[in-house]
Design a protein around this ligand. Structure first.
Ligand SMILES: Nc1ncnc2c1ncn2[C@@H]1O[C@H](COP(=O)(O)OP(=O)(O)OP(=O)(O)O)[C@@H](O)[C@H]1O
Ligand SMILES: [Mg+2]
Length: 293
């Protein structure tokens, strides 16, 4: 009996110790999601902004990295004004932490600006230094959302290859779907590729959204033997256009709009799709550097 109690106690103690270990590792349990599309202008940045808001409203700490080298516009959509971006950091004019901007709902935004383009061409030492600093900024986050530019540049592919989860945004237009499929095909070539999720944007109704998502899923399954996860769809919504003009996230300005509802649903689904082992920022930036190299 005594022995039994002693061993149970030991078991309890070691279980608690294991719990503590897990907790201390949680700091590095950031889920890394990169958002991309084949064709441009399909709604990536709006998805990133509003998904960030939805996740933050669920109590998650969210960092958004604006890695679009063309038209960085997360800041515009959030109505915030970054004074500087990664470019100023690369040229030694600013510290990385001065570049971070606070958005709504406690979201932190790292504006990449024209610095993104240079990221891949830095000397290994400077690259390492910068990636380390980025890593520290994102370390406490539950979610790191990365908005990438459209298409298949070297930098975009590196981000997508390094992330653990990739969200591909497409619209029901045939050109957008074909380009999305083209991008998925490239990602599938990576041995250790991301878990790929899809969002169909600007759909006319629920059926359109579900059918289009299913069409893309079946195509990838059939021709690439790849299982896509359908994250959801977003309806075409004039309130989204209004929110863009008013420089406020749709979810905050028009929370009851159809598109807001759809984004809430897909954020809920994302929260439910637990992944076994979130990659954490450290591993992500290591992989990124390897892919840049
Ligand atoms: N669900 C929607 N309903 C109505 N309009 C939409 C919707 N989604 C996007 N749009 C329109 O498309 C525009 C482009 O969206 P957004 O900037 O998010 O695309 P993007 O994929 O990030 O573009 P880029 O490739 O240039 O970075 C929006 O400003 C808006 O006018
Ligand atoms: Mg964009």
């Amino acid at each position: 009996m005594m022995m039994d109690q002693a061993s149970r106690l030991r078991e309890l103690v070691s279980r608690n110790a294991a719990k503590n270990v897990t907790r201390s590792m949680e700091a590095n349990n950031t889920r890394i999601l990169a958002v991309a599309s084949g064709k441009g202008g399909v709604g990536k940045s709006n998805l990133v902004v509003n998904l960030a808001v939805a996740l933050a409203q669920q109590g998650k700490k969210v960092v958004v990295f604006d890695a679009d080298l063309g038209m960085a516009n997360i800041d515009i959509l959030m109505g915030i004004v970054p004074r500087c971006n990664l470019y100023d950091v690369l040229y030694g004019r600013k510290e990385l932490k001065e570049v971070v901007v606070k958005g709504p709902e406690g979201i932190e935004v790292i504006p990449g600006g024209s610095g993104i383009q240079e990221l891949a061409n830095l000397s290994p030492e400077r690259q390492e230094k910068l990636l380390n600093a980025l890593q520290q900024l994102a370390a406490g986050a539950d979610y790191l959302l990365i908005d990438t530019g459209a298409g298949i540049s070297r930098v975009v592919v590196a981000f997508l290859g390094a992330a653990q989860e990739v969200i591909i945004v497409a619209t029901p237009e045939p050109t957008s779907l074909t380009d999305a499929y083209g991008l998925i095909k490239i990602l599938a070539k990576y041995g250790d590729h991301a878990n790929i999720k899809t969002v169909i944007n600007r759909v006319t109704n629920r059926r359109d959204g579900e059918n289009t998502g299913e069409k893309l899923r079946m195509t990838a399954l059939r021709f690439l033997n790849l299982e896509l996860e359908t994250l959801g769809y977003i309806r075409e919504d004039k309130y989204l256009v209004k929110a863009v003009k008013e420089q406020e996230p749709l979810l905050l300005k028009y929370p009851y709009a159809g598109a807001s509802e759809d984004i809430q649903i897909l954020a809920g689904r994302l929260l439910q799709m637990k992944i076994d082992k979130p990659m954490g920022v450290q591993k992500f930036f290591h992989r990124l550097q390897r892919l840049f190299g």
